[in-house]
Write a protein that binds this ligand. Structure first.
Ligand code: AMP
Length: 283
């Protein structure tokens, strides 16, 4: 596995690969890799000749008072995991490489960037869209793999790709979970021993809604209340939101309509903020 720190070197390498007829797949990450990230690398492996994994903890997508400084980092471990999962090139720039003095251009995907995660984390999606566009321009991939775990991020990225005519295919990978249902996240290491079991209520609540909808329940108000109760009954928690969305528009809906429904949620256990979601077919 080759490690590249410089954007220019990465761009030149990508250009050479493309002129040699190679298909490039990229997996953007913030590092502290887990099985969720590795599944994305595996998917990229199957769809391309050369897999580029990027590791960059992007300051622009963290708000003031968020966890940028304490975000977990372990480059040596990441390097081994990325290579083991099939990465050919690890692109790991530092902040000065991505945002040199005077950097002044940001990408804003209007509308969707200010709801839900965007409402709780103002500026977050501008940081995401900007870094994703930069990483796409630097790694020149044919396919870029993102996780359904960050459902709103996927929507923002897909919208940017469409609106800005970017010549890349976005592949969305399913959520990888612990055995007890907790979605894998680099932030799970923040959970205190008493919070960790409580956090399993998030996925339980999503599965409850899924079962109820499958059995014919159509009341969004009732389902939201039941989900909230499941999460609250597990112990102290701050639920930021539980949202029922039309997946194709990422708009909140007051009714459960075919062909599918996306339920997203965010909750805080102490200082740890977790997100999760489920896509439910509706007939
Ligand atoms: P992050 O390092 O948290 O920015 O995540 C990098 C990529 O991995 C994003 O596309 C995430 O959606 C994806 N990802 C994070 N957690 C999971 C998971 N549990 N299952 C699948 N993909 C994930």
């Amino acid at each position: 596995m080759q490690i590249i720190w410089s954007s220019k070197e990465m761009q030149d390498t990508a250009e050479q690969l493309r002129s040699g007829g190679k298909r490039i797949g990229v997996v953007p990450t913030m590092g502290f890799l887990h099985q969720g990230h590795l599944s994305l690398i595996g998917l990229a492996r199957r769809e391309s000749d050369v897999v580029v994994t990027t590791i960059f903890v992007n300051p622009a997508q963290f708000g003031e008072g968020e966890d940028f400084e304490r975000y977990p980092r372990n480059f040596d471990r990441d390097r081994e995991l990325a290579e083991g999962a099939g990465t050919d090139i690890l692109f790991a720039p530092d902040a000065m490489e991505m945002y040199p003095e005077g950097h002044a251009t940001f990408v804003n995907v209007e509308g969707v960037s200010t709801t839900l995660e965007g409402a709780f984390r103002p500026g977050h999606f501008m940081g995401v869209a900007t870094i994703v566009l930069k990483l796409l321009n630097i790694t020149k991939p044919h396919v870029a793999v993102f996780g359904q775990k960050d459902a709103q991020q996927v929507f923002v990225v897909q919208k940017m790709v469409t609106d800005l005519n970017l010549d890349v295919r976005i592949h969305v990978a399913p959520i990888v979970r612990e055995e007890d249902g907790l979605a894998l996240s680099s932030r799970n290491v923040y959970l205190q021993p008493d919070e960790r079991p409580r956090a399993t209520a998030l996925y339980r609540s999503l599965r409850h809604a899924e079962t109820q909808i499958h059995d014919g329940e159509r009341s969004v108000v009732k389902l939201k209340k039941e989900m909230f109760d499941i999460i609250a009954q597990a112990g102290p928690v701050q639920v930021d939101y539980i949202a029922f969305l039309e997946p194709s528009r990422f708009r909140e809906t007051a009714s459960v309509e075919p062909p599918s429904l996306l339920i997203t949620l965010a909750a805080r256990y102490g200082t740890t903020r977790l997100i999760d979601n489920i896509l439910i077919p509706v007939s």
